[in-house]
Write a protein that binds this ligand. Structure first.
Ligand SMILES: O=c1ccn([C@H]2C[C@H](O)[C@@H](COP(=O)(O)OP(=O)(O)OP(=O)(O)O)O2)c(=O)[nH]1
Length: 166
């Protein structure tokens, strides 16, 4: 099977790891070695300096969104996507929200992988360098063409959005 080509953008950045042999998800760790993070205020990108420390951290105000860098680029084999989704423990124990979940990373994406997040709580949220903020699950997909035609009503299904009851 073709591997995923991995390119670290900072010394010491390792490929995403799976916690156990049968884990479906590779954990994704925040990489704050670039020295700043892009936050979004009313939809506009703005650089945000890190709080110094070991490890450095970025602090998001309640409701604030940010693109958290992962410190690497990667090239997936064609026919695969990486689905980026929350870790359940992080979702239960913190106010970190992944705003586009499930995110899709395309096989032809050439830039640094990022995770779009939001502080869903009412207090400042701190994200530290190295913190596992999300996980990715690889998925195979098929590409199908569209063909113009008439979509006949199905005999069994009347509609959607609750048509079969609760
Ligand atoms: O969680 C995510 C989601 C996306 N991406 C990158 C990889 C993906 O291939 C690219 C585009 O994502 P998407 O198609 O979801 O975003 P878009 O807003 O439709 O952007 P584009 O117009 O560039 O396709 O952004 C990430 O790094 N992390």
């Amino acid at each position: 099977m073709e591997p995923i080509v991995f390119e670290a953008l900072h010394p010491g950045v390792r490929p995403p790891q799976r916690a156990t042999a049968a884990s479906a998800g590779h954990d994704l760790a925040a990489c704050l070695l670039g020295g700043r993070v892009t936050v979004f205020i009313a939809g506009q990108p703005e650089p945000r300096a890190l709080e110094p420390g070991d490890p450095p951290t970025v602090v998001l105000a309640p409701g604030e969104k940010a693109l958290i860098p992962l410190g690497f680029r990667a090239r997936l084999p064609v026919g695969y996507e990486a689905q980026v989704r929350p870790r359940s423990g992080t979702s239960l124990k913190t106010d970190l929200v992944i705003v586009n979940s499930p995110g899709t990373i395309d096989a032809d994406f050439p830039d640094e992988w990022m995770v779009p997040v939001k502080n869903g709580g009412t207090a400042p949220l701190r994200i530290a360098h190295g913190e596992r903020i999300a996980q990715m699950v690889l998925a195979k997909y098929e590409i199908l063409d569209f063909a113009a035609g008439t979509v006949a009503r199905s005999t069994e299904r009347a509609g959607g959005f609750g048509s079969t009851g609760r």
